[in-house]
Design a protein around this ligand. Structure first.
Ligand code: PLP
Length: 402
């Protein structure tokens, strides 16, 4: 079955009424046959039929054997860090969500876990950085917010050679565009708050695991022990969201590609970060491992104040954190989604202050284009009395211009 078909087919064949939309088992507990023989479900913190259906979907879409649904993307990432023991080390890519940096730098060390960062877009640097205590390599590809591309099969080969777990945060692309387990990763993790839900109306997270029952069991044990699972209604919203994922992504990616081109050609834009406009080597890596570029892109304007004015001037693009919704949003990662990067890591991990991130929705592409154009014009006009002069351009399309 093709993935776009699988997204739509999520009914439980065991449902006695053959409902075409799965029921929401909005219950905390289940009556048991006897005190010593437990039924299939007993308590929703442990498992729940609506969640089980969503978890089956996750596993199938990711090409894995096991799926687990968590209360948020961060809960899913925290669960992955639980696989690392005290005294072990996590090596993380340095183009990553600010909340992940906060988790790794503020929470993991309290569990006795050391964390180091590496440029995951360079497999040679990763190979050199992997140490004897490294237990987990955690990367995003494309990274949020700089859309850096990591060579996932190369990292998977390294991880397997060194007996390290590779976890890939696939929030930006979804399994419809990239399937890290099939590229050799041990774990794929995502914020389902983003594209899988698709409507900014629920927070959630997921982990999918390939043919590694031990890993899945450890995750499930901790999920139950710590009570981090996703609630039934949220699972239902995600099952519904998944049904339109393929259609939404198609439109969102197409519009994002057009807007990336527009921005790359705009004199007020210094550099655009988007897989299609990445340097040729990264583009090649991305094309080998993914079937699309996604609907998130970032760009710099060369001036933080100008970027602030730009995000204040849009009328359709809503100024909001997160991404992946049918509604287009934009943000300044440095002061918004990535403000949680700990102070001591800001030099290394904080996005440029003039970086603007767009999440492209399903609105009419012409309306989005017009909105961006007017906002760019407003941002330039307001600061630069001689608006005709060229702004400082660091680069365009990822290539140094001056
Ligand atoms: N991973 C990435 C790449 C993200 O961008 C985010 C949130 O923005 C998360 C994980 C965390 O997800 P959540 O906000 O659902 O906890």
């Amino acid at each position: 079955m093709n993935l776009s078909t699988r997204c739509v087919r999520s009914c439980d064949p065991r449902d006695p009424y053959s409902a075409t939309s799965p029921p929401i088992y909005q219950t905390a507990t289940f009556r048991q046959p006897t005190a010593t023989e437990l039924g299939e479900y007993d308590y929703s913190r442990t498992s729940n039929p609506t969640r089980a259906l969503f978890e089956e979907q996750i596993a199938a879409l990711e090409g894995g054997r096991f799926g687990l649904a968590f209360a948020s993307g961060m809960a899913a990432l925290a669960a992955v860090t639980r696989l690392v023991a005290s005294g072990d080390e996590i090596l993380a890519g340095d183009d990553l969500y600010g909340g992940t940096a906060r988790l790794l730098s503020r929470v993991a060390p309290r569990q006795g876990i050391a964390v180091r960062y590496v440029d995951a877009t360079d497999a040679a640097q990763v190979a050199a950085a992997l140490g004897p205590a490294t237990r987990l390599l955690l990367v995003e590809s494309p990274g949020n917010p700089l859309l850096g591309i990591a060579d996932l099969p190369a990292l998977a080969a390294l991880a397997r050679e060194r007996d390290v777990l590779l976890a890939v945060d696939n929030s930006l692309l979804t399994p419809l565009l990239q399937r890290p387990l099939e590229l050799g990763a041990h774990l794929v993790v995502a914020s389902t708050t983003k594209f899988l839900g698709g409507h900014s109306d629920t927070t959630g997270g997921m982990v999918a695991v390939g043919d590694e029952p031990g890993l899945a069991a450890e995750l499930a044990f901790n999920q139950n022990a710590e009570g981090t699972a996703l609630a039934p209604f949220e699972c239902w919203l995600l099952l519904r969201g998944l049904k339109t994922l393929s259609l939404r992504l198609e439109r969102q990616c197409r519009t994002a590609a057009a807007l990336a081109e527009l921005l790359a050609a705009h004199p007020a834009v210094s550099r655009v970060y988007y897989p299609a406009l990445a340097d040729p080597a990264s583009r090649l890596v991305h094309r080998r491992q993914a079937t699309g570029d996604g609907a998130v892109l970032s760009f710099t304007t060369g001036d933080a104040e100008r970027s602030r004015r730009l995000v204040a001037a849009t009328r359709l693009f809503t100024l909001a954190v997160s991404f992946g919704s049918v509604t287009s949003t934009l943000s300044l990662p440095c002061t918004m989604s990535h403000a949680s990067v700990p102070a001591e890591l800001r030099e290394r991990l904080a996005p440029p202050p003039d970086l603007v991130r767009l999440s492209v929705g399903i609105e009419d592409p012409d309306d989005l284009r017009a909105d961006l154009e007017q906002a760019l014009a407003a941002a330039v006009d307001a600061v630069e009395p001689d608006a005709g002069s060229e702004p400082q351009r660091e680069s365009r399309r990822g290539v140094q211009l001056t």
